[in-house]
Design a protein around this ligand. Structure first.
Ligand code: NAD
Length: 419
């Protein structure tokens, strides 16, 4: 038998389905359906680089499940993108949409590349060619991409323009996370980080922890982690450490997030000296003594190897899949409260849904409307997951998976199996 890699994201995602399916007493046939992917594509394509050199890139689009609505999921640009990673991320999108009860399924895309070493023109060429290669799979009623690691509103604009050019009409609803000028929604850029804060604040309130002066550690100073950190700071918490892919910075007295953003945009990395902070590694950062830990970078950061040394009382998962099932068990036994990814970072897909609805109906909602709807959906979902976890005496991840997977299984039963 092939040896299972405990830190492989797909193995993690499949093990999570087994844990929830057992509790839900789903039939083996249903479990098989839920674990399988409906479609996936691997594409290899040439890109003309600056200086006329041609390079071949590999990309993926995985469509896990569209039982409850069109496929939905971001596109990641990263040197370590793999098919199994994209498959896991696609599956997590299905459960996430179902946890917050919005009518989307789950998909994900990725391209193996290192955007940090590429010019804007090269990234545009890569994006347009990748979009063309997956164009038969995507569409406003079929599969709607969004930003993920190293992709942003500009990349979404190129996808929208390429798809629209191919269709001879403007199709804003083919992607979400677009610039406001192209039908993007107010509130989308900060939605995921804001959702991490909202669900983290719910967890703190549940445990009787005041955010005033709470010590927060954030891994990943990007769209999700950076914005979540700012929300926590504005609520009175102290951001004592934050990191990017190069290093972490730590100051027990608290960092100023506005200065962190200035440093990131000026030097493209975090510099301890500029920010009056000590430089630490990402591994050290995860193990700092703190109240709330917010992993917001990549999968597989908290594992069976370091879970024993995590000192946080609450972990709010901004990233997808940062904690392995083995670490989950260790942390649950130690009484660490985890707000799982499919709940904690669901603010992004929720406001993506608002963006898509506005695009299809040519509406423009106000920031207040978006914020009110987002807050109410996330607070309701947090409560639903907490109720299940208390009733079933399971951790919050299993509660969230049970909620999401049950909704997908119920919808599958109603639709039946064609033919
Ligand atoms: P991003 O590219 O904006 O930021 C990622 C950050 O993580 C960067 O600061 C980067 O330097 C850092 N990073 C990368 N590798 C690292 C490492 N090994 N150790 C520490 N830091 C590292 O990406 P993002 O959109 O903020 O996504 C972060 C996570 O949140 C991913 O897991 C993504 O799937 C998830 N997520 C994103 C969204 C969204 O709307 N953008 C929604 C839901 C979930």
């Amino acid at each position: 038998m092939e040896k299972m890699d405990r830190n492989d994201p797909l193995e993690m995602a499949l093990e999570q389905v087994d844990i929830a399916a057992e509790r839900l007493r789903l039939s083996p046939g249903m479990v098989g359906k839920l674990k399988s992917r409906q479609q996936e594509i691997t594409v290899q394509f040439p890109v003309k680089m600056d200086g006329d050199e041609i390079r071949i890139f590999t990309g993926y689009r995985v469509q896990h499940n569209d039982i409850r609505g069109p496929y939905k999921g971001g596109i990641r640009y990263h040197p370590d993108v793999s098919l199994n990673e994209v498959r896991a991320l696609a599956m997590w999108m299905t459960w996430k949409s179902a946890v917050v009860n919005i009518p989307f399924g789950g998909a994900k895309g990725g391209v193996i590349c290192d955007p940090k070493t590429m010019s804007a023109t090269e990234l545009e060429h890569l994006t347009r060619r990748y979009t063309w290669q997956i164009s038969s799979m995507i569409g406003p009623e079929r599969d709607i991409p969004a930003p993920d690691v190293n992709t942003n509103p500009q990349v979404m604009a190129w996808i929208m323009d390429t798809y629209s050019t191919m269709k001879n009409r403007t199709v804003p609803a083919v992607v979400t996370g677009k610039p406001l000028e192209l039908g993007g929604s107010v509130g989308r850029h900060e939605a995921t980080g804001k959702g991490v804060f909202i669900t983290g604040a719910e967890a703190a309130a549940h445990l009787g922890l005041s955010l005033e002066g709470a010590r927060v550690v954030v891994q990943g100073a990007g769209n999700v982690g950076g914005i979540a950190a700012k929300f926590f700071q504005d609520a009175g918490a102290k951001i004592i450490a934050i990191s990017d892919s190069t290093r972490g910075i730590y100051n027990e007295k608290g960092l100023n997030m506005d200065e962190v953003f200035v440093c990131k945009s000026r030097y493209k990395c975090l510099i301890g000296e500029q920010l009056k902070a000590e430089e630490i590694t990402n591994a050290e950062l995860l193990e700092l003594d703190c109240d709330i830990l917010v992993p917001s970078a990549l999968e597989g950061q908290i594992t069976g190897e370091n879970a024993d040394r995590i000192k946080a009382r609450i972990i709010v998962e901004g990233a997808n899949g940062p904690t392995t099932p083995e670490a989950d068990r260790i942390l649950y036994d130690r009484g660490v409260f985890i707000v799982p990814d499919i709940l904690a970072n669901a603010g992004g897909v929720t406001v993506s849904y608002f963006e898509w609805v506005q695009n299809l109906q040519n509406l423009l909602w106000s920031e207040e409307e978006i914020s009110e709807k987002l807050t109410s959906i996330l607070k309701r979902s947090f409560r639903e997951v907490l109720d299940i976890s208390e009733r079933e005496k399971v951790d919050m991840r299993t509660g969230a998976l049970m909620l999401g997977i049950k909704r997908v299984a119920d919808a599958t039963r109603f639709r039946g199996f064609y033919p």
